[in-house]
Structure formats: C-alpha cells, structure tokens
Design a protein. Structure first.
Length: 205
C-alpha cells in the first residue's frame, strides 16, 4: 500500500517466491519461481506437486499467481527445504538445470572470485592492475563499448593526496613557495603520507 514502509522479509524475493537454501555439502543456492514456467519447473524438480496442491487448498491461495506465492513464501520454503538439504550442490544443479529452474550458487565474494570465470581475467571487463600500497589485483573496467573508440584499461585508484599539489597550484593558483610552506607546516601532504604507503614501507617487527 502507498505511504507505508515495506516490512523486512529476510532473504526472500519480494513479490514472488525466491530464497536461499543450504545444501547437504555445506553450500548455499538461491532459487526463484517468478514466471509460471519457473514455478512449475521448481515444483517438478523438488517433487512437491501434491504437497503444494494441499498447501494451496489449506491457505485458499492460487500458486499460479506469483503474488500469492509470495504470501505463502515461508510455508513454500518449508516444503522445499528437505529436498534441497538432502542433496549436494552438484546433484541439485543437474536436476534444476534439467527442469529449467531459475537458480544459482549463492557464493561469498571469495568463492565467486575462485569459482566463476566471469569474475576473472578471462572476462575482458576485468584486468590485473598494480595499485601502490595494495599490490597486484583484479579490477573491473568500463562495460561500455563505443564505435571507433579503443577501450582503455582500468586505472589504479589515486593515493590520498596524489592530486593535492596540482589542485593548489593549478586550480587555486598558489605559488610554489606557499605550497612548500603548507607542506612544511603539515597542513597539506602528498601521497607519501597515505596510510597505504606507510604500511607498505613499514619494517616488520
């Protein structure tokens, strides 16, 4: 309704059915039944057709309507959870893909970087770059492709204070003597004072 805050719903998908689940081998996945075909495939895959029909009758709802699946999201999840928790991610993947279920592994960032080639240098949007104070790491560039324009490589983030002198001299019009006094007084500082650089140069104890 209008002029009302949306209530917290945990990790459920708003407006249809979707939630994350734990698998037998300690992994997690997220699945969604938004379209009619996605919902039917999910019910077939988890072999819960009769149970879903009984639940519809009990609640007086029609699960062909995505909004009514959302209303019964917690009860639906309870029906799906035993099937999912009794199988490994690999077993579930085989069944879900065969039935056209809308789903995907629910990964931590570390897991995604390790497992998903889309988050690697195999994807042209990503490149390895060197950032001072950080080292070599993977970074994403622009996804845009312009006709007759070469796509540039991603740039390292500037260190704190990297542009201080240029701003004071070129934008504010200070002279070099004034800039020097500001540095001597500790009012401004250059990139050598960035904490990342200090940590990088610190001697191990």
């Amino acid at each position: 309704m209008l002029n009302q805050d949306r209530a917290a719903i945990g990790n459920y998908l708003y407006g249809a059915f979707g939630r994350d689940f734990a698998t037998q081998d300690g992994r997690r996945l997220y699945l969604a039944g938004i379209s009619a075909n996605q919902w039917k495939g999910l019910v077939r895959a988890c072999d819960v057709g009769p149970a879903m029909n009984s639940l519809q009758e009990q609640l007086g709802l029609n699960f062909e309507q995505e909004g009514e699946r959302f209303q019964a999201r917690e009860q639906i999840a309870q029906l799906l959870e035993p099937w999912i928790s009794a199988r490994t991610l690999a077993q579930i993947e085989q069944v879900f893909n065969a039935q056209g279920v809308c789903w995907g592994p629910y990964r931590s960032v570390r897991e995604a970087l390790h497992e998903d080639p889309r988050l690697s240098a195999a994807n042209p949007i990503f490149e390895h770059i060197d950032t001072p104070g950080v080292g070599r790491h993977l970074a994403a560039g622009t996804p845009l492709r312009l006709v007759d324009e070469a796509r540039g490589s991603p740039l390292a983030a500037p260190l704190l204070g990297a542009d201080t002198d240029a701003v004071l001299l070129d934008v504010l019009g200070l002279d070099s003597a004034t800039l020097g006094r500001l540095h001597d007084a500790g009012i401004v500082a250059g990139p050598d004072s960035d904490p990342l650089m200090k940590n990088a140069h610190a001697s191990p104890h």
